[in-house]
Design a protein around this ligand. Structure first.
Ligand code: GRF
Length: 199
């Protein structure tokens, strides 16, 4: 059974896709053992509570320094003994020590077809604003392993989504979530759980 910890910061629709996937059997051999947010008001924490999953807020505001926050985050994660850490809209720069503790055992969902529209400053709506600004006809989402860089780890899955005339960043974000993110993130966790890529 793959033990998965999900890190979130916002609405938690990707977390919900994982919760639903485990419940309906699309994600096999997997247990979400905990949800951690840096944002105590994140609706994602309520989604976890509603699903009976232990949820925790580890907020930088509660710590004297970044180092203290980083160590508290690592300690909380370690307590949950994950096989896999999933970053689902987690807007925190991960401590390097965490990445070193979990090599090729942290995955992230990014709302573009990496290497387009990724890296420092590209998150949330900003990604879709940049795609529309550039005038691309196709965008999508990427699941990748997390390494020391920003959106630079090995790509696991990608799914393309059409950009439509008249798209706003909000409309495009919603389509990318519905048609790509909520599909490939559960698929990636299932593949990792079944291939036992991580041991
Ligand atoms: C998603 O758009 C995801 O691609 C990005 O952050 C957003 C998280 O949304 N990483 P949610 O919290 O899963 O609804």
């Amino acid at each position: 059974m793959l033990r998965v910890v999900v890190c979130v910061s916002g609405g938690g629709t990707n977390l919900q896709a994982l919760i639903d996937g485990v419940k309906n059997g699309n994600i096999r051999n997997t247990e979400i053992t905990g949800v951690i947010s840096n944002n105590c008001g994140a609706y994602a924490l309520k989604r976890a509570e509603d699903a009976g999953i232990p949820s925790f807020c580890v907020s930088p505001k509660d710590y004297e320094s970044r180092i203290d926050f980083n160590e508290a985050l690592i300690a909380r994660i370690e307590e949950l003994k994950p096989d896999l850490i999933v970053l689902a809209g987690f807007l925190v720069i991960l401590p390097e020590r965490l990445i070193q503790l979990y090599p090729e055992r942290i995955i992230n969902i990014h709302p573009s077809l990496i290497p387009s529209f990724c890296g420092t400053g590209y998150y949330g709506l900003k990604v879709h604003e940049a795609a529309l600004e550039r005038g691309v006809k196709v965008t999508g989402a990427t699941v990748h392993f997390v390494d020391e860089g920003t959106d630079t780890g090995r790509i696991i899955l990608q799914k393309a989504v059409e950009v439509l005339p008249g798209d706003t960043p909000e409309l495009l974000q919603r389509r990318v979530m519905e048609q790509a993110e909520w599909v490939i993130l559960p698929q990636a966790v299932d593949e990792i759980a079944m291939n036992e890529m991580i041991k």
